[in-house]
Design a protein around this ligand. Structure first.
Ligand code: PLP
Length: 376
């Protein structure tokens, strides 16, 4: 099995599994109970919180654990709207986001629009980047929040988050960044007030994410109950998931440059192994290099996927794959239906070897070539 689907999820690091184990097998106390065991679990969670905060690397804020980045994004969007509706910012009821955002942002924004929020979804340019002049024209004093991701999950293209945050702030708005695909893989851009991250994209476990909140920008409480997470997000925290997330974040932080350089080398090797005839979807200059989304005239991506049962890769985003819906991101780049259908995404990272990647690329290229010949 050659695993080339690092945007969907990543293998759990051995260090993470080892860190989690005692909290699964022996240390089962509720971290919110006053017993000695409870305090021990609580202390371990606080260490993990610091590790995640350090890896995020932004100043003046705090981390709240959530069940996923999807939850963190729902909370950030809905909680910010709710808070504004009951505070002095109540004159602001407009959200600006971008057509290539993840469904966790787009669908939540659409839901909010159904509740009366004024929603603007900006298009992107052919290379997947947001036109900042367009954003500047849209920013006015009704804008409450600007939501833009750092690295796109489907095409790997990066957005100029610090500039966008500055523009949002100059207009008196807040900035939310979906940093799920950037966190632990490249440095996070400074500037946003709210940042969503997920453990399972950085060799942690599924089932835990976090929302980083700048002091003063905390959204209204999202889940009500026992008052955990400073009353903002109730629910018993899982020590094993938090400890695992902390270990994954620490490891990613320590290895950031090494992993990034490794990924850049892999990208170059993959492009060379694929050979001519492929077009890279999205900017080649502004990107995270562990995401290679490519298309080739006359190729059926789904057929490629079916032909290679021993190579895990993807057609579009993990969420859209299998739904039969053409990718909204590829359509936002201006690709037609056939071009979108001929696109595949290869995702690689820390544990991918150059040999397995180039072997997979050569086999995929040969199969695509054979498809072309057959159809000609
Ligand atoms: N945002 C982006 C860019 C993603 O890639 C994903 C996961 O695919 C999410 C949000 C949702 O993350 P989670 O799986 O933690 O809910």
């Amino acid at each position: 099995m050659i695993y080339l689907d690092y945007q969907a999820t990543t293998p759990v690091a051995p260090e993470v599994a080892r860190a989690m184990q005692p909290w699964i097998e022996e240390k089962f106390a509720n971290p919110h109970s006053p017993s000695r065991w409870g305090h021990e679990a609580e202390a371990a969670i606080e260490v993990a919180r610091k590790q995640v905060d350090k890896a995020i690397g932004l100043r003046g804020g705090s981390v709240a654990f959530t069940g996923s980045a999807t939850e963190a994004l729902n909370w950030a969007l809905k909680g910010t709207v709710e808070k504004a509706a009951t505070s002095r910012k109540s004159g602001r009821n407009r959200i600006i986001t971008v057509a290539t955002e993840h469904a966790a942002v787009l669908d939540t924004c659409e839901w909010l629009a159904g509740q009366g929020v004024d929603l603007t979804i900006l298009p992107v340019q052919k290379d997947g980047r947001l036109d900042l002049d367009l954003l500047a024209r849209e920013l006015d004093k009704r804008v409450l929040l600007v939501a833009v991701m750092q690295v796109n999950n489907e095409i790997g293209v990066t957005q100029p988050i610090s500039e966008i945050a500055k523009m949002a702030h100059d207009a008196g708005a807040l900035m939310l960044c979906d940093a799920v695909q950037a966190f632990g893989r490249m440095e996070l851009c400074s500037g946003p007030d709210l940042v969503a991250v997920s453990a399972h994209k950085i060799h942690g476990s599924k089932g835990i994410g976090a929302l980083w909140m700048k002091k003063g920008a905390e959204p209204a409480p999202f889940i009500h109950g026992g008052g955990q997470e400073r009353g903002l997000r109730s629910g018993t925290l899982s020590p094993e998931l938090c400890v695992g997330f902390g270990a994954a974040a620490k490891l990613a932080d320590e290895r950031l440059t090494r992993d990034y350089d490794h990924v850049e080398k892999l990208w170059k090797a993959a492009v060379a192994a694929l050979g001519p005839g492929w077009v890279i979807n999205g900017s080649t200059a502004h990107r995270y290099y562990g995401n290679l989304n490519i298309r080739r005239e006359g190729v059926d991506g789904a057929r490629l996927l079916a032909d290679f049962r021993d190579i895990a890769f993807s057609l579009g985003s993990a969420c859209a794959s299998g739904s039969g819906r053409p990718s909204h991101v590829l359509r936002a780049l201006g690709l037609d239906y056939r071009q979108a259908r001929s696109s595949i995404r290869l995702g690689f990272g820390r544990y991918t070897t150059q040999k397995e990647l180039t072997d997979a690329c050569r086999r995929i290229a040969a199969n695509a070539h054979a498809q072309e010949k057959l159809d000609a």
